[in-house]
Ligand binder design. Structure first.
Ligand SMILES: Cc1cc2nc3c(=O)[nH]c(=O)nc-3n(C[C@H](O)[C@H](O)[C@H](O)COP(=O)(O)OP(=O)(O)OC[C@H]3O[C@@H](n4cnc5c(N)ncnc54)[C@H](O)[C@@H]3O)c2cc1C
Length: 303
């Protein structure tokens, strides 16, 4: 692939291994709907992934925790497709027991909401607590996404991780995982995972999902990358609600360009249509200047 080809917008070319290489606006792939162009490599097998990782790259999941710069990115952006977006929920007879069901491999690029619908229909529990998180499985595992009803690692038997150094299979016991953190180094790619599930019934799984869903009732419906800030902890250990602090600073409904602090929940910044990353950054700066406690960002800024 020559460099002039990749510099043209929306040029489609192919790599040596047949990966799909396009120059695309990342606003297409983020839940916020914001982000400039990058060279997007869609890879469907390990040979394509190895080639994609041969230059500086970032791995994109469901784009549900990202604010991507309007100027776009210099690095390649890798998206998982093909065998990394396949779902094999057939139970492994060697590994499964009556209490613990171990599936075949599920791709890191599989959207979590669709996967959870399948698990509900089969009556398989353990991942119900992650309902409503618009991630891909790999992204959810990478940050151990979850709610107070459960997290990604609750349903994880083993996973395959790829990096330029090679591919390895590990179990959660091999990782220093904790609250909202898998311990997997940045840019090590979760290519697929085997799930560890609990036999249940579709009705009971649905009941648990409904409980987790009900807790989201106050969240805005507009495009957003989720919560803006982590709940801060004061030196004495007291934990404060970031949304409450922003609300108390009377910032609900504040607007810069087409980005707004959601009237429904102050810890969400939403895109009213046509917002830019610069609008979102301006709102984040406004919040920090008006809230008297240091607030740590919940989502990632690319770059
Ligand atoms: C409406 C809404 C509600 C949300 N609710 C919750 C919630 O309740 N709980 C919660 O924890 N989060 C929540 N989030 C945030 C977000 O969904 C999670 O952080 C999720 O884990 C991000 O996954 P993703 O696939 O979208 O990753 P992306 O946003 O694409 O990427 C986030 C990070 O993960 C890395 N990554 C992505 N895929 C992979 C992979 N295959 N291998 C390795 N690294 C990867 C990226 O490089 C990046 O560093 C919410 C977001 C929205 C928009």
């Amino acid at each position: 692939m020559n460099s002039s080809a990749v510099n043209k917008p929306a040029t489609l070319s192919s790599s040596e291994t047949g990966a799909r290489v396009e120059r695309l606006p990342l606003s297409r792939f983020t839940t916020l709907g914001v982000g400039g162009e990058a060279e997007v490599w869609t890879v469907g097998n390990h040979a394509q992934l190895r080639e994609a990782m041969s230059a500086p790259y970032r791995i994109l999941g469901g784009g549900s925790n990202l604010v991507v710069a309007d100027e776009g990115l210099m690095e390649r952006v890798i998206r998982l497709g093909g065998e990394f977006a396949a779902t094999d929920l057939e139970l492994d007879p060697q590994l499964s027991t009556p209490e613990q069901l171990i599936t075949g491999w599920v791709g890191g690029g599989v959207p979590l909401p669709g996967l959870l619908r399948k698990l509900q229909r089969l009556g398989y529990g353990n991942l119900e607590g992650t309902v409503g998180i618009p991630a891909q499985l790999g992204g959810a595992i990478w940050m151990n996404a979850g709610t107070r009803f459960g997290e990604a690692f609750d349903g994880l038997h083993s996973l395959e991780i790829a990096s330029p150094e090679g591919t390895r299979t590990v179990t959660p016991l091999d990782l220093p995982w904790s609250y909202r953190d898998s311990g997997i180094p940045r840019n090590h790619i979760v290519t697929r995972a085997r799930l560890k599930l609990r036999p249940s019934t579709p009705e009971l799984v649905q009941e648990k999902m409904d409980a987790a869903d009900t807790a989201r009732k106050g969240q805005p419906k507009n495009r957003t990358p989720g919560c803006a800030f982590k709940n801060p902890t004061l030196p004495g250990g007291e934990r404060l609600g970031a949304g409450k602090l922003i609300d108390e600073a009377r910032l609900k409904g504040s607007r810069v360009g087409n980005a707004m602090i959601a009237p429904e929940h102050a810890n969400f910044i939403v895109n009213l249509g046509g917002a830019s990353a610069a609008d979102v950054h301006a709102l984040l700066a406004l919040i920090r200047s008006r809230v008297g406690v240091h607030l740590e960002l919940e989502y990632e800024l690319w770059p």
